[in-house]
Design a protein around this ligand. Structure first.
Ligand code: 13P
Length: 254
């Protein structure tokens, strides 16, 4: 089963509206000829409608970085799945480690967010990954197991068919220190086996599992050679068009 690679840029809290529009326009232009790789950027909420306009009819897909699980209501400062999809988002990143750490998101909340995304027609990208201390304690698999089973609790096969998993070891995010190939291979294989256990082998084979954490042009080829790596969720290196394009074009370098 061939899975379409997805190279996704998480712009986090970077780029103003004009900067985001300018970068997205240049990225779409740089990626005109690219085939066989899906490209996605997740800029800040306020930029979505204009960035959507800038990447319309191009190879660049659009995502958001978070959402709230209620459909609407008195939740000052929050944003719903419908608001995101009508602003042009197709994907939504859920449960990023920065959300878990700084905004105290639990697996239970994350599960509600995944359900809200699916109900609202958005494709969820569920982020999971262990901290350095959990890895040192030998609890990497235990952590992944809990994050996947609790995060996807109660979801049926139909609801997860567009799901993307992103394995982002917390110690590799923004540190310049990517996980090595053996660590990534082991984690991704384990994640696919969890999906098989929780859903089915057929479904597990179709779900894309991205790696995230200090991905750059220098390590993308090695990462993409790993069987169960179906793409990358890129932070810092996605902010610059030239650098991000090099990552997107990994296949031409293989
Ligand atoms: P860096 O690529 O900057 O390490 O960030 C990874 C990340 O958090 C993507 O969601």
């Amino acid at each position: 089963m061939k899975r379409m690679p997805l190279i996704a840029g998480n712009w986090k809290m970077f780029k103003t509206v004009p900067e985001a529009v300018e970068t997205a326009t240049r990225l779409a232009d740089a990626c005109r000829e690219i085939q066989n790789v899906e490209i996605m950027i997740a800029p800040a909420f306020v930029t979505l409608p204009l960035v959507a306009e800038a990447v319309k009819n191009t190879r660049v897909h659009l995502g958001a970085q978070n959402l709230y699980f209620e459909p609407e209501g008195a939740f000052t400062g929050e944003i719903s799945a419908d608001m995101l999809s009508t602003a042009g988002a197709e994907y939504v990143i859920i449960g990023h480690s920065e959300r878990r750490h700084y905004f105290f998101e639990t697996d239970e909340m994350i599960c509600k967010k995944i359900k809200a995304a699916v109900t609202g027609g958005l494709k969820p990208i569920l982020c999971i990954g262990e901290t350095e201390s959990l890895r040192e304690q030998g609890k990497t698999f235990l952590t992944l197991d809990k994050q996947v089973s609790d995060g996807l609790q109660g979801l049926g096969p139909d609801e997860i068919k567009d799901l993307v998993l992103a394995y982002e070891p917390v110690w590799a995010i923004g540190t310049g220190k990517s996980a090595d190939a053996a660590q990534v291979e082991e984690a991704h294989q384990y994640l696919r086996s969890l999906l098989e256990k929780q859903f089915s082998l057929d479904l597990a084979k179709t779900i894309r599992i991205l790696y995230g954490g200090s991905v750059k042009p220098e390590n993308i080829n090695e990462l993409m050679r790993i069987t169960d790596v179906d793409g990358a969720l890129v932070g810092g290196a996605s902010l610059d068009v030239h650098t991000f394009t090099k990552i997107i074009k990994f296949d031409t370098q293989l």
